[in-house]
Design a protein around this ligand. Structure first.
Ligand SMILES: [Zn+2]
Length: 304
């Protein structure tokens, strides 16, 4: 499989939109969603402004259908991790090459003048109702983010170091993670496809209604988000240590209300309870990952 999933360079100037899919190798639906949107633009000769680039994230992990091989490719984009990775003394690991190639391709494609630079990082989660956008705090009101209509999660960067989205946010991109739902289901494909059309429309790459089914996609996004909060803020993370036998209790989904003291999971030390009243977020139902669960709090529209 090639890292470049597709590239469109419009005749008119406009925004740069980069989509990264399967930065976690087992979250492959974004690859198909990108190809779907890409080929629709090509096949229907939709007028395009600026540039669209699709990139596969972790090729080796995609091949083995795993989140990662040696380390999480979405936790190494901070200066300290990058310096460690470039240290010639460091024993080579599977993701080193993935990181270097992905970074150099993004950097090569970002050269030039664009009205706006957007980086959409497509993910899927292992728990139900996993449809949301993760953004840096300062960006949550951006029209491109708002156009996706899904719940917006801020302050997750206080707990997660070295994400791709944080790296490119500091380099002038409107940069966000787009979580489409449960890994490997048709819903993820539909949501990512719908969201990508909305992003391209709002960024100014295509004109409204230049593509088929615009109304269908907009309605789908509205329906999905109707029962979900608009904006939440992360207030707690349970971090998993190697060998502690973390196990989430069954049946939790994203944005499910929980109360202070309620048991959510267990490990070798016993019961793990929520330290706050709030909503449980990203409960972990897969073997790989360092974050057991988060607690988020719904924000009023007046906040931040
Ligand atoms: Zn992911």
């Amino acid at each position: 499989m090639e890292r470049l999933l597709g590239k469109i360079e419009g005749e008119m100037p406009g925004p740069l939109v980069i989509c990264v899919a399967a930065l976690h190798g087992n979250e492959q639906v974004g690859l198909h969603a990108f190809r779907n949107v890409y080929s629709a633009i090509k096949n229907h000769q939709i007028k395009f402004s600026g540039k669209l680039v699709g990139l596969a994230g972790n090729l080796k992990a995609i091949e083995s259908n795993r989140r990662y091989i040696d380390y999480d490719l979405n936790r190494v984009w901070d200066d300290q991790s990058i310096a460690a990775l470039l240290d010639p003394e460091k024993p080579p690991q599977a993701e080193d090459e993935e990181f270097l190639e992905l970074r150099s391709m993004i950097e090569a494609e970002s050269q030039g003048d664009y009205s706006l630079k957007v980086l959409a990082d497509l993910h899927a989660t292992s728990s139900d109702k996993g449809n949301f956008i993760v953004v840096p705090e300062g960006e949550s009101g951006h029209p491109v983010i708002q156009s996706i209509r899904l719940p917006v999660v801020v302050d997750l960067d206080k707990y997660l170091r070295g994400t791709l989205l944080a790296h490119y946010y500091t380099r002038g991109f409107v940069s966000f993670a787009f979580e489409g739902g449960i890994i490997g289901t048709g819903d993820v494909y539909q949501l990512h496809t719908s969201g990508l059309w909305e992003i391209l429309d709002k960024a100014g790459s295509i004109r409204h209604h230049d593509h088929e089914q615009e109304d269908h996609y907009a309605r789908l996004l509205e329906e999905v988000s109707a029962s979900l909060p608009t904006r939440v803020k992360a207030i707690y993370r349970h971090r998993i240590r190697v060998g502690d036998g973390f196990k989430m209790l069954p049946g939790f989904h994203n944005f499910q209300p929980v109360y202070k003291g309620q048991q959510l999971a267990l490990d070798h030390n016993g019961a793990l309870v929520s330290p706050h009243d709030g909503l449980v977020f990203m409960p972990l139902y897969q073997p790989e990952g360092e974050d057991g669960f988060f607690i988020v709090k719904e924000m009023g529209r007046e906040e931040g």
